[in-house]
Write a protein that binds this ligand. Structure first.
Ligand SMILES: NC(=O)c1ccc[n+]([C@@H]2O[C@H](COP(=O)([O-])OP(=O)(O)OC[C@H]3O[C@@H](n4cnc5c(N)ncnc54)[C@H](OP(=O)(O)O)[C@@H]3O)[C@@H](O)[C@H]2O)c1
Length: 339
């Protein structure tokens, strides 16, 4: 299956190196010529979980250098969310007949691309964790897997065909409920990760303060109400996505505390990836995480004011008007409940 990987950063670099090491026909697309030249010179090296590999970066070029004659059967989209949305229409020109575009971004990207480009899009997400020390040097941080499935739900012959192809290089599973899985990840990202980015620390640190724990609960509940309104059935990942006895009005209960302890065990000590983006001065994916929740809630006839206030706060941080600190959490809670 002639495959193109677009975006040779942390995740794309890891996947590209493992495809190449498995001897599969894979082409790589970078943002520009400079990135392609650097990687061609350095090659791709992976350390960490899943075993070390070192391969040459051949068949690599800037995305613009691929044209309508270079038809691929599978295009793996491994850029950040905003670049994925920008690049996707162009990528559809690189797809052969019956070919598949597989986005693996966090947040609402797979659904957004599915709505824009139709059935060529197969939904995907990554439970694989990867970091890039410098271009060409990657670390696989966990024993996670990619998850793929039809956005419309159910099984399909192509999901199974692509799963069998990709598993020659990296761990991958198929699900009949990709939308549910996407929402489960989104629920964690829009609460655990984003609030940590605003507070400048881990979930365990911010949950020690009353405003941190109130903000977590209100953000999560707003997002869960939105997920359920869209008809998604969030799937269990490390923790069940619907707290036991959950009610949209967020009444505290003993069961809820037990559930939060489980969330803390699973995610409480991870440095939020969005905080790392902020510290490196990189654009965040906030518009596709909490911003997606806000837009979907609106589409289904209600507001998500806490998620909206989180979006505004992250924009204030990335534009330099605020700096991450725990004091911001109480300010976010001041958001008007009816906008
Ligand atoms: N890393 C993880 O562990 C992980 C886990 C789960 C999900 N994800 C999701 O996976 C996505 C990618 O994450 P990442 O950590 O791999 O990001 P990343 O390290 O920033 O890699 C993205 C790469 O895509 C390149 N790029 C941007 N626009 C491009 C274009 N038009 N054509 C070709 N290449 C382009 C970027 O170049 P520049 O550097 O020039 O921008 C960068 O090299 C994100 O949505 C993230 O949320 C990541």
């Amino acid at each position: 299956m002639k495959t193109l990987i677009v975006g040779i950063g942390a995740l794309g670099g890891l996947i590209a190196a493992r495809f190449r090491a498995a001897g599969l026909p894979v082409w790589l697309a970078t943002r520009d010529t400079e990135q392609a030249d650097k990687l061609r010179a350095s090659g791709l090296r992976v350390t960490g979980m899943g075993g070390a590999v070192a391969v040459q970066a051949t068949a690599i070029a800037p995305l613009d250098a691929y044209g309508a004659d270079d038809k691929f059967e599978l295009v793996f989209l491994a850029t950040k969310a905003h670049d994925a949305i920008e690049a996707a229409p162009r990528l559809s020109l690189l797809l052969g007949p019956n070919a598949t575009l597989l986005p693996i971004q966090n947040g609402g990207v797979p659904q957004m691309l599915g709505e824009r480009l139709g059935s060529c899009v197969l939904g995907g997400l990554s439970n694989l964790g990867a970091t890039m020390e410098e271009p060409g040097i990657y670390e696989q941080r966990n024993a996670g897997h990619l998850l793929i499935g039809e956005l419309a739900g159910g099984e399909s012959e192509r999901t199974e065909r692509i799963r069998r192809w990709v598993e020659r290089a990296v761990a991958v599973r198929a699900t009949r409920n990709l939308r549910g899985a996407v929402w489960s990840k989104l629920l964690v990202n829009c609460s655990v990760t984003t609030i940590g980015a605003i507070a400048g620390g881990t979930m365990r640190e911010y949950m020690a303060s009353p405003s941190g724990s109130e903000l977590f609960n209100r953000t999560y509940d707003e997002a869960l109400k939105t997920a359920l309104a869209t008809g998604a059935q969030p799937e269990t990942m490390l923790v069940e996505p619907i707290p036991p006895g959950w009610r949209a009005d967020g009444i505290a209960s003993e069961e809820r505390n037990t559930w939060i302890t489980k969330v803390l065990t699973a995610y409480g000590d991870v440095t939020p990836s969005m905080l790392q983006d902020i510290r490196r001065g990189r654009r965040t994916e906030i518009e596709f995480i909490n911003g997606y929740v806000v837009r979907m809630a609106r589409q289904f006839g209600f507001d998500a004011p806490i998620n909206a206030a989180i979006v505004e706060t992250v924009h204030a941080i990335t534009s330099g008007r605020l700096a991450p600190n725990p004091g911001l959490l109480a300010q976010v809670l001041q958001a008007p409940t009816h906008k």
